[in-house]
Design a protein around this ligand. Structure first.
Ligand code: ADP
Length: 505
């Protein structure tokens, strides 16, 4: 809908188109008057011009169509009096408008202005560009007849170029007034690129036609007209093909975009479902498991249990504990993946975490008569971290060390200051079965478990190391492993010194 502001500016467009149309009508009257002195063969050119428009016109952009009618108009300029040639150009303008109007109606587009107004304006634009071409051609010394005369070539070229610019300029100004943008910009964006092609079409096509007419009259013109029409017709087919290809591509892109949108929607839905699942796991599995473990522990303290009952209770407790560990591990993995695992880092004594971990691991180690040694400097600066989480890393590494070390082996925890960086290093070394070289790059992957005969029956989920890695990295540290099959493994990780973090902040 036109806004009051655009309505206000619309009068300029109306005045402009009316002025151009009036000029066109005056020109038409002049050329009709001139017709009395011109060869009636001019009407053959009119017919050729209309035929050219009907067979070759192809819209390549909303405001732009290519056709051969301007070449025929130009041939008339080269062959007749300029004012008489105007009638050919105007016939071209009329045919262009009718062809475009029919195409618009076929495609359901509603043109902005009434048909008569468009006809008058386009005829005027064509007429004015033809008269300009004629005046320049004749003014520069071009002669009617043989365009191949060397003296005619330069006037032809200049006349065709100026005529094309006049036509483009008249149309660009109308479009500019309509869309309220500078005419220069409209011309540059929509018409400039076609100018050389149109000038070439006028000089070569129009020149050829005029030459044919000069040599063999109207038959000669026809002989030159046909190959030109065929060439442009082929070009038109090519453009139509490209357009349908582009249409198909656009459909394809639209389809792919829709697919992506749906996939994205599904992923969002999956993510929501997964979060819901984990919150259910958190509340609905951990609470009953904690209750089971609590009651099992209370019952284990009872002196009334028979040895069988005590054994069964031990199994209940042990399996419950493993289940709780698995649930906790899954929740940690999920939090790490979602970036929702928050570390409450504060200056902490690393040895406190080591002690907490050893309290958990020692009973297991004792069962296998594995000695655990701790090697740490007498004083150690605080590290930045959450004691509970650092202890969890150590428990994961130590439980593996005990699990994968045969009876009477050794496990050593070594704590040192990193000489190069403000970090503390922790090494957990064992004398166990080691890890094959080709498996080393994957030990920190989720669910990566090594299937080996010598450890068949060892309980595990393949989550411990992946969680340890996530936790260490969440603290700003690194974790790595060195191992030799049959000789043992050393897992090491770093944690930042609290002082270094203070200095950095
Ligand atoms: P889990 O021990 O529950 O299987 P982890 O993620 O802790 O899962 O370990 C992944 C795999 O790495 C283990 O299955 C084991 O094959 C190997 N691994 C881990 N630590 C050691 C170790 N200290 N010695 C030998 N192999 C180990």
């Amino acid at each position: 809908m036109a806004t009051p502001q655009s309505k206000g500016k619309l009068w300029r467009l109306q005045v402009y188109t009316a002025a151009v149309s009036l000029l066109g009508i005056a020109l038409l009257l002049c050329s009709l008057w001139q017709l009395r002195q011109t060869s009636p063969e001019i009407f053959i050119f009119v017919a050729l011009c209309v035929a050219a428009e009907l067979t070759t016109s192809e819209a390549i952009a909303p405001q732009l169509a290519i056709s051969m009618s301007s070449a025929v108009g130009f041939a008339a300029v080269l062959s007749f009096h300029p004012v008489a040639a105007v009638i050919v150009g105007m016939a071209g303008g009329l045919a262009t408008t009718l062809v475009k109007d029919a195409a618009d109606r076929r495609q359901g587009r509603r043109p902005g202005a009434a048909l008569l107004r468009r006809i008058l304006f386009n005829m005027a634009a064509f007429g004015l560009s033809i008269i300009t071409a004629g005046l320049i051609y004749w003014g520069l010394g071009g002669r009617a007849g043989d365009p191949l005369l060397a003296t005619n070539l330069l006037p032809m070229l200049v006349a065709a170029t100026v005529s094309e610019l006049v036509n483009g300029g008249i149309v660009a100004l109308a479009v500019a007034l309509q869309v309220q943008e500078p005419a220069r910009k409209v011309w540059q964006q929509n018409m400039s690129w076609a100018t050389p092609m149109n000038v070439l079409g006028m000089v070569v096509g129009g020149g050829g036609l005029a030459m044919g007419y000069h040599i063999a009259g109207i038959i000669g013109a026809g002989v030159f007209f046909l190959p030109l029409v065929l060439t442009i017709y082929a070009f038109r087919l090519y453009i139509a093909q490209s357009k349908s290809q582009m249409g198909r591509l656009e459909d394809l892109i639209a389809q792919r975009t829709e697919d992506l949108r749906q996939a994205n929607e599904e992923l969002t839905h999956l993510d929501r479902t997964r979060n819901q699942f984990f919150s259910v796991v958190n509340h609905e599995m951990r609470s009953p498991l904690t209750a089971i473990l609590g009651y099992a522990e209370m019952l284990q303290a009872s002196p009334l249990l028979s040895p069988d009952q005590a054994e069964m209770l031990h199994l209940i407790h042990e399996n419950g504990r493993r289940l709780l560990e698995l649930v906790n591990n899954l929740l940690d993995i999920s939090r790490l993946e979602n970036g929702r695992l928050n570390i409450l880092a504060q200056p902490m004594d690393l040895m406190e975490a080591v002690d907490q971990a050893l309290d958990v691991i020692r009973p297991l180690a004792q069962k296998k008569r594995i000695a655990i040694r701790v090697d740490a400097p007498p004083t150690l600066p605080n590290v930045m971290g959450e004691t509970r989480r650092v202890a969890q890393v150590l428990v994961n590494l130590l439980s593996n060390a005990v699990k994968y070390t045969p009876e009477t082996g050794r496990v050593t925890v070594t704590v040192t200051r990193d000489e190069a960086r403000p970090m503390v290093r922790v090494h957990v070394a064992d004398t166990g079965i080691g890890i094959p070289r080709e498996r080393l790059p994957h030990v920190f992957d989720r669910f990566s478990r090594l299937e080996r005969d010598d450890i068949a029956g060892t309980i595990g989920t393949g989550l411990g190391l992946s969680i340890a890695k996530g936790l260490v990295e969440a603290h700003g540290g690194e974790i790595w492993v060195e191992s030799e099959e049959g000789r043992g493994s050393t897992f090491a990780f770093t944690l930042p010194l609290a002082a270094a973090q203070d200095a950095a902040s």
